[in-house]
Design a binder for this molecule. Sequence first.
Ligand code: ADP
Ligand code: XUL
Length: 537
Amino acid sequence: MTLKDECTYLGIDLSTQQLKGVIVDENLQILSETHVQFDSMLPEFRTHSGVVRADKKTVTAPVLMWVKALDLLLDKLRVCGADFSKVAALSGTAQQHGTVYWQIGAENILHSLDPSNFLHSQLASCFSISHSPIWMDSSTTKQCQMLEEAVGGAEKLAEITGSKAYERFSGAQIAKIAETKPNAYANTERISLVSSFACSLFLGSYAPIDWSDASGMNLLDIQKKEWSQACLQVCGSNLESKLGEPVPSYTDLGPINEYYVERFGFNPHCRIISFTGDNPASLAGMRLGANDIAVSLGTSDTLFLWLSEPKTLPEGHIFVNPVDSDAYMALLCFKNGSLTRERIRNLYCSGSWDEFNRLLESIPRGNFGNFGLYYDSQEIIPFVQGDFRFDKAGSSVSKFTSPEFEVRALIEGQFLARRAHAEDLGFSVGPGTRIIATGGASNNKTILQVLSDCFNAPVFILEAANSAVLGAAYQAKHGRLRNNSNENVTFSSITSCVPVPVLACEPYKNSAKIYDPLVKRYRKIIKEIQTRTDSRS
Ligand code: ADP
Ligand code: XUL
């Protein structure tokens, strides 16, 4: 069959807690979607929220769980009625920063996959590190210091790579493996990011890392778009050859591997478009504009903006833009997002979001002066951990007097922090500013109302809350046409048929009066916490 008529596009998202898949038609409307939840559907890997915590700082995920999830996802999509023979191109996205270590000889196995067998049984001996370090890991402070020193300081590193050294970034993670597991490192022929690893499974050979996800490694010179030799040198020997050459995010990498044609009925002409990180893919899925700020409320909470030029930030990250390689994006990532909200929900609301919302709405904005900051895991910005509660008088308290104060303190504290750090990036609310919310918690209007009030700006949502996986599907179409058409194809021309985001909530009139002083209060409190706890030791 040719792929002229009725083409469809497949997007894949290998995120922290699940693997998602979506098929869209030519007009980018969803035809089928499904997911594989790691904890519940693959219990043999014993993950909690998709991860394994060896200690407070060391967080990994089993690579074979991800592989097995792909077998399952494609089966589930088929059961949903997906016709893979119509898929003209596929692309994907994944949690950022995590690294996968392919053992010497693994690519030969990838080249010769047997369609009568599961992927996970064929790839069982392909990884020199069975548990991949992921973005939640914060165990590499030592390697971060080494990396910053090697290039002449934090600011210099941020100037080259778009970020000062961060514990979860791949450069420091690779350096830790090279140092603590030298044999495994020596036996590694290729290091993938989670995104390029997932892409390799479809390609049947090692897929290159794309520029946008490569920007989350502290290894890419984001202006030259090539690896920084100074950074590579300190992180591991022969690192450049283990990483391969990075490519633009919409690169057409070739046809799908025979395995998927034989086993699942994919068309042999189906093209594989480079995979990228979940935040860049979300920017694509939201079709973010110049007046917008994206707030993704997934496992992590992230904020991002479109930038036409790179800049050097004291905190936060600059990535190469995934849909226009001449542009950039700014990103802030907060580790304690949905999982912390779930903790408080489970503690005080018997696991019910309805009850959580009832408590949240039962207390007026400003929480009668009660203020809380909750960091279950080592936070990224700012680098702190623990629960901090303050009453109206500013005194530190170990508990609030009732659950409703706790719930409101959590959500207000989270969003005031998001606003303060966004302002540090240069963001301010002006005429036409839209907050576009996405991710699991953007289904919750009561939470979105607090977001709107804390920022004093309207919040918009997309028809589908999973912008990352949709962004991957859009990128599949973009990559296929951009590389194979004579016309001047841009991402915005390809996605002009996508419905615009719809208004979900507007701020109450007196929001600025209530929350502007609370942003100042957050700054003061966080400064005090940071001076009290020497958190980097
Ligand atoms: P991922 O980072 O794995 O892509 P998602 O964007 O799918 O995550 O978000 C998953 C999170 O969404 C869950 O941890 C859950 O706490 C949160 N979530 C789902 N529904 C709601 C809801 N109605 N209210 C608040 N949070 C929700
Ligand atoms: C971004 C980050 C997380 C992960 C997981 O820097 O660490 O958002 O991409 O979603």
